[in-house]
Structures are given as structure tokens and as C-alpha cells.
Design a protein around this ligand. Structure first.
Ligand code: SF4
Length: 390
């Protein structure tokens, strides 16, 4: 690990080679990236705004899922000014289905800060980037490395896995001490500065992309392809037969379980949705009225002149003017808890008064599917459409 190798560094055309020290790990990764890495991602070689957007979308989400969202987002908001000028509603509608909606809200807030504080130009300095909401140390470094060829270390989830294995670092990578060790290695393994006449670090973008590609395609969470790995010769985990032990899994803790009843109030083809207050997992998104328990839903119905006997959570609802069938309960898993969802479908002959106040909206179910809604609500609405219940 960390062997030093004398490698030629390509200088400016016609000026021959300039020689510089490049550590072994970095040079092998860069060569591998040129030959086997991904070169056709839509944000590769793009300006900082697009690199930033891709980095945020790629947090917790795979490339294949991100690409269509990224393309639709760029078509709707082609630059920072367009993103800042959009409403949060529009931004979240384009984020709908990607999950982790705080990412979309932060992206929007950051675009407005960039317009207000930096005249609409993506800030050029690492420290300024770090001040923007939703951008941590690794994301700021990735933007600097990929957009401006600045020599910065990244440490996202995939890179943590690669380095924990390659360096043989024990312990859960979310632990502060373990994370500090990983950052130390991430810095130490960076390619040495290798500047052309323009002063550009020519290797850092390839190296950063190589780490990302390695984590996604070779040093995968399960069934890593060590036989195809460019650093297999001195990978500590491979040499010590601990590939499947590293990184050390998160200490087991019982995942909290919560319950929610969603009242799917249907009038004709319309469904009632409420805008969730800002913050929280679904802040700013549209959801049917949600209750912790059936009794609370009955009380809400009573206040709105709907007879509680009409509500049958998770089973055939009573019908007033439509034949309605059941939507079965299901579970949605978040990273930190499980939500057991009971849909309660209720068809009403008239729209209740209270349900017409600001913050509430009646939308055609098909239109509601285009709005900023979280994934479990999409699941329920799709079932309504499929069963032709609305
Ligand atoms: Fe990962 Fe295997 Fe490569 Fe080690 S040899 S870095 S475990 S892919």
C-alpha cells in the first residue's frame, strides 16, 4: 500500500513528458478508469451546476435511477437562475419518486443563495461551496475535483467501502473515529499534484471518477469483483481474506416501527391532498390526510360531517355514491424506521367544508400523480388508478 512509483505525467502537447511522483494506488486507478471506467454519464465533463446536481441526486441513489431524473430536471431547470426562479412545488414535483426530499429542498434553497450571494455563478471556492445547504465535505470536494480539477479527497458511501477494504480498516464507517481514519487515507492516497502548463491538475477528475466507478462496479457491497480490481495486489481485505467482513456492518439496532393511516377521500375522480409543513421527511410534499390511529381519523371525519361508520380502514369501505374496493395495508421502509401504512378509502357525495381550506387541494387522481408526492402516496394513487376506484 502506498508504494511510490515514478510515472510520466503528460505535459502540454509538444513539450514532451514531465515526470512526477504519483502514488501507486492512484496511478492504477486512473489507468483502470481510462480503460474500464464510465465515460458516458450525462454530467461528465459538465459545468459545476450539473456536476452539483448529479452529486446530490446520486446520494443514496444508483446511477441508472438518477439518469432519467437528471435529464428531466436539466430540461426543466437548465441553469441556476432557472432553478432559483422556480417554486419549491415545481422543484419537488421533479424530485418526486427519488426520495430523500430534503435534497431537493436544499438544492432549491442553495440555488437561491447562489443567485443572491454569488450573482448566479456557482461559487468557485471550496469553503464557499461548503456553506451551501445540503453540501457536505465530500460533495464539495467532488464538485471541485470534477468541475475544476482541484486536488480534493472525496469520501462518499462507496469510497468508504473501497478504502475500508483496501486499507483493512475495521469498525463501522459511520463511527466518527473510523471516519476520521478513512479521511486520512483518502487524503494520503490522492494522486500527487500533476499540473500542466495551464496549472490544471490533469489527473484528479479521472481519479475521482475512478473511485466512484470502482465502488459502483467492482468493489461492490455484495459479490465484489476482486479478480477485475486494479488494486487487488495489495488490497488488505483480499490478502487477509476479510473482503466479506469489511466494511464492518453498522451495529444492529432494532429498526423502529411506526403506523400511519392515510385517508383517501374521493369525490368523483378527485382526491383530497394536504400540503405537509416544511422540514421533516416529506416537508413541502402533498399527501392524503394522515393519522396515527383510526380514532383520530374518525374524529376528523366527524368534524367534517362524514359519518365515522363510513370509514373502514384497510377493508372494504362503506360507499356513499361509488363502489369502492379495498387497498391492502403495506409497509414503506426508510433508512431509520419502518412505516406501516393503512390506506382507508372513502368515497363521499360532497366535499367537506374543512377540507377546502388553504393548504388542501382536490386533484384529479391522474393529475395528483404528476404532483410533488412521496413514493408511498404514489403507490396508493397508482392502485386507485389501476383498480379504477376513483
Ligand atoms: Fe475491493 Fe476486492 Fe479490490 Fe479489495 S481487491 S479493493 S475488496 S474489489
Amino acid at each position: 500500500m502506498g508504494k511510490m512509483l515514478l510515472l510520466p505525467c503528460q505535459g502540454e502537447a509538444g513539450r514532451g513528458f514531465r515526470f512526477t511522483y504519483m502514488n501507486n494506488f492512484a496511478s492504477r486507478l486512473i489507468r483502470w478508469q481510462h480503460k474500464h471506467g464510465r465515460h458516458d454519464l450525462p454530467w461528465q465533463g459538465a459545468e459545476a451546476y450539473r456536476v452539483w446536481l448529479s452529486e446530490i441526486m446520486l446520494q443514496q441513489t444508483q446511477v441508472s435511477t438518477v439518469i432519467p431524473y437528471y435529464q428531466r430536471f436539466i430540461a426543466a431547470f437548465p441553469n441556476i437562475a432557472a432553478l432559483a426562479a422556480a417554486s419549491e412545488e415545481q422543484v419537488l414535483a421533479h424530485w418526486s419518486g427519488l426520495g430523500y426530499y430534503a435534497r431537493g429542498r436544499n438544492l432549491h434553497a442553495a440555488a437561491r443563495i447562489i443567485v443572491g450571494r454569488h450573482g448566479g455563478e456557482f461559487p468557485r471556492r471550496y469553503e464557499q461551496i461548503l456553506e451551501l445547504p445540503g453540501i457536505g465535505r465530500s460533495t464539495a470536494a467532488a464538485i471541485c475535483a470534477l468541475a475544476w480539477h482541484e486536488r480534493r479527497a472525496i469520501l462518499d458511501g462507496n469510497v468508504k467501502r473501497v478504502l475500508a477494504r483496501y486499507c483493512g480498516i475495521e469498525g463501522w464507517t459511520g463511527d466518527k473515529k473510523v471516519e476520521a481514519q478513512l479521511w486520512q487515507q483518502a487524503e494520503a492516497l490522492l494522486p500527487s499534484p500533476c499540473r500542466g502548463i495551464s496549472g490544471v491538475n490533469r489527473n484528479i477528475a479521472s481519479y475521482t471518477q475512478a473511485l466512484m466507478d470502482m465502488g459502483a462496479t467492482v468493489c461492490k457491497r455484495s459479490q465484489p469483483k476482486c479478480g477485475e480490481c486494479p488494486v487487488q495486489a495489495d488490497c488488505v481485505a483480499l490478502q487477509t481474506d476479510r473482503v466479506h467482513e469489511l466494511p464492518t456492518p453498522r451495529p444492529r439496532k432494532a429498526v423502529p416501527e411506526r403506523h400511519a393511516l392515510f385517508l383517501l377521500l374521493i369525490h368523483g375522480n378527485d382526491i383530497l391532498l394536504e400540503k405537509r409543513p416544511g422540514g421533516g421527511i416529506w416537508g413541502g410534499l402533498w399527501c392524503p390526510p394522515q393519522f396515527d390511529e383510526e380514532a383520530a381519523a374518525w374524529a376528523w371525519c366527524a368534524q367534517n360531517g362524514i359519518e365515522p361508520r363510513h370509514l373502514r380502514a384497510g377493508s372494504n369501505p362503506a360507499k356513499t355514491n361509488n363502489q369502492c374496493a379495498a387497498i391492502p395495508p403495506f409497509t414503506h421502509t426508510f433508512t431509520h424506521f419502518k412505516l406501516h401504512i393503512t390506506p382507508a378509502l372513502l368515497c363521499v357525495a360532497r366535499k367537506p367544508q374543512q377540507a377546502q381550506q388553504p393548504g388542501n387541494v382536490w386533484l384529479d387522481v391522474e393529475d395528483a400523480l404528476q404532483a410533488a408526492i412521496p413514493a408511498p402516496v404514489r403507490t396508493m394513487l397508482n392502485l386507485l388508478v389501476r383498480k379504477n376506484l376513483s
